[in-house]
Design a protein around this ligand. Structure first.
Ligand code: SAM
Length: 202
């Protein structure tokens, strides 16, 4: 059963929130300065740490975090520091029509593993729809959260494999694989359990 995400935020029951952006994202931004530009969509942005990090390091970008939870989005708005950091409450599976082919980049971090696995094909379709042709999807995937004994086995977070993500993204030939590698930095405790995948919308 899917959680009531807003209730989790209202109750402060958010163990995924480490209080700062993904170390893999910070490392990536440092190594590829200026690469992320234009309109950037961050689905399931939670408290907005990754959105703020992108807006901070890449002032030429317009970063938009979306989340199902109005409470999470209210927190994002309260903590907002950059003009190029925006937020909107929205369901990734029912994005407004104006988001169609509107984004140059999508940054994914723990949204994919949070949604019901049966909706993963819909996730890929939503990303394909939001990206401009030639746009880039960059994601840090939490591969095997079930190893973490503090998290129930039935998820979320749900288990993920590199092969599964690649096959879903490459299946309908809407994406080409640009990169697949282990990140150089990760949250403590997630060593060998995170993987970077980068696809181009064709
Ligand atoms: C595990 S949390 C990760 C949040 C954030 N990425 C982070 O790392 O702190 C998953 C997030 O996805 C959001 N979410 C779940 N289903 C969603 C959907 N269909 N559309 C938009 N956001 C969704 C939840 O509200 C939650 O904030």
């Amino acid at each position: 059963m899917q959680p009531d995400w807003d209730q989790r935020y209202r109750q402060g029951d958010t163990p995924w929130d480490k209080g700062h952006a993904s170390p893999a994202l910070i490392h990536w931004l440092k190594n590829y300065p200026g690469r992320i530009s234009g309109h950037v969509l961050i689905p399931g942005c939670g408290a907005g740490h990754d959105v703020r990090a992108i807006a901070d390091v890449e002032p030429a970008s317009a970063a938009l975090g979306v989340d199902l939870s109005p409470t999470a989005i209210a927190t994002c708005q309260q903590n907002k520091v950059h003009d190029n950091e925006q937020y909107q409450q929205a369901d990734l599976f029912q994005l407004p029509w104006k988001f169609h082919a509107a984004f140059d980049w999508v940054w994914e971090h723990t949204c994919y593993c949070a949604i019901d696995p049966s909706k993963r094909p819909q996730y890929v379709s939503a990303i394909a729809s939001a990206l401009k042709r030639g746009g880039t999807f960059l994601g840090i995937f939490y591969l095997n959260p079930h190893i973490d004994t503090t998290i129930p086995n039935d998820g979320p977070p749900h288990g993920t494999s590199i092969q599964e993500v690649e096959s879903l993204f490459l299946g309908d030939r809407e994406f080409a694989l640009l990169d697949s590698k282990k990140p150089n930095a990760c949250y403590p405790g997630r060593e060998d359990r995170e993987h970077i995948l980068q696809f181009q919308r064709v």
